[in-house]
Design a protein around this ligand. Structure first.
Ligand SMILES: CSCC[C@@H](NC(=O)CCC(=O)O)C(=O)O
Ligand SMILES: [Mg+2]
Length: 365
């Protein structure tokens, strides 16, 4: 496809409530959407990280710069989605920025074919079970009230953010109050191997998994920890490619993988990781980055691939947003429906997008 225009729309959407993790507290989804206009169709995507490099090394300002100066020029003037990774591989890192570019081009390409991203990726379900991520709270009582509300909405699985000082007690409280609900935790790299004996205390709660307890580059540490605790280790930040997945699986560093297309450079690599995991009998699930509907839609399609056997973090839009730049994705009987329209299957609502847009930068015209 011939690229005719590329623009980046900064959006700031307030969260319905603060979302606290081991690395900070979010109150607004402050990122950008990428719009790629081609001679065949236009495509949309969103940058999944935040203004500060706290979840990973990438952040909004750097992504805008690397797209403008190093990634978009490399895909000019004509490109297919399959070529984007190859054309940009000389640029080291910046997987989330690359994912944003690849996804917008893939969206345009699929729209021009009239094909949904679910069909393209190999989705085998039209709805997927939804889990929900629950932040660190000011009190156990507040946590229990939140979890009660999510369970009442029908969420199939609860994920609790943990950090040193907020781990065993909140997990115990949820287990004691809500019985054998599907329950897992996510530490976002907040612990070290020295915490192994403490983390082993979580084994009594029959958790589905413990997500990313150690630093993202500590594959060996996760393999050693896995020998000392019973709870299956799930990697998130550590897995940025199919190669990482193969290494982590081969070293027994994880028994589950959280796949986020943004973290691994896009949906094409996400599918490769799915395939590697399935080949090794490793269950995967689709993670989340508090995406707007522009990211939430295609994530639901990915979550419908056969190896995504665990509920993911693709919750209803209202979990985070009172109003989104797209029509809301809603929870129905604990499931989220996979969009079936062409491309990512969802479009920004022009008037709402305008209202939430804080800046527009034309990268190519
Ligand atoms: C600001 S936290 C973003 C990363 C985090 N994501 C979630 O906890 C799920 C967020 C969501 O529901 O989209 C993770 O490490 O898995
Ligand atoms: Mg995580």
């Amino acid at each position: 496809m011939k690229i005719e225009r590329v623009e980046l729309l900064h959006v700031a959407i307030p969260l319905v409530s603060p979302f606290r993790t081991s690395f900070g507290t979010m109150t607004t989804k402050d990122t950008f959407l990428l719009r790629v206009v081609t001679d065949a169709a236009e495509g949309w995507s969103e940058f999944a990280a935040d203004p500060e490099p706290l979840y990973c090394s990438e952040f909004v300002g750097a992504a805008e710069l690397v797209l403008d100066q190093h990634l978009v020029p490399r895909v000019m003037p004509e490109v297919t989605a399959a070529e984007v990774a190859h054309r940009t591989e000389a640029v080291k890192g910046h997987k989330l920025a690359k994912a944003t570019l690849e996804t917008a081009i893939l969206d345009a390409e699929l729209r021009s074919y009239g094909m949904s991203i679910g069909t393209y990726l190999g989705a085998t379900a039209d709805r997927v079970p939804a889990g929900v991520s629950v932040g660190i709270k000011n009190s156990i009582a507040e946590l229990l009230a939140d979890v009660e509300g999510y369970l009442a909405e029908g969420y199939a699985r609860i994920k609790l953010k943990i950090e040193p000082g907020w781990d065993v007690e909140p997990v115990r409280a949820v287990r004691e109050r809500f019985g054998d609900v599907l329950l897992q935790v996510d530490a976002n790299t907040a612990y070290t191997l020295a915490d192994a004996e403490h983390l082993r205390r979580l084994d009594e709660f029959d958790l589905l998994l413990m997500e990313q307890p150690l630093e993202e580059d500590d594959i060996r540490g996760h393999a050693l920890l896995a020998q000392r605790i019973r709870t299956p280790i799930c990697l998130d930040e550590s897995i940025t490619s199919a190669k990482d997945a193969a290494t982590a699986i081969a070293l027994d560093a994880c028994r589950v993988i959280n796949i986020k297309p943004a973290r691994v450079g896009g949906y094409l690599e996400a599918r490769r990781i799915h395939d590697v995991a399935v080949a090794h009998g490793i269950p995967v699930w689709c993670g989340g980055m508090l995406e707007t509907g522009i990211g939430r839609g295609p994530n639901l399609a990915l979550a419908a691939l056969p190896g995504f056997v665990l509920p993911g973090d693709v919750s209803a839009s209202c979990r985070y947003f009172a109003e989104d730049v797209t029509e809301p994705f809603e929870l129905k009987d604990g499931f989220m429906h996979v969009p079936t329209g062409p491309g990512i299957g969802i479009d920004p609502i022009p008037e709402t997008l305008k209202r939430f847009t804080t800046a527009v930068k034309v990268l190519y015209a």
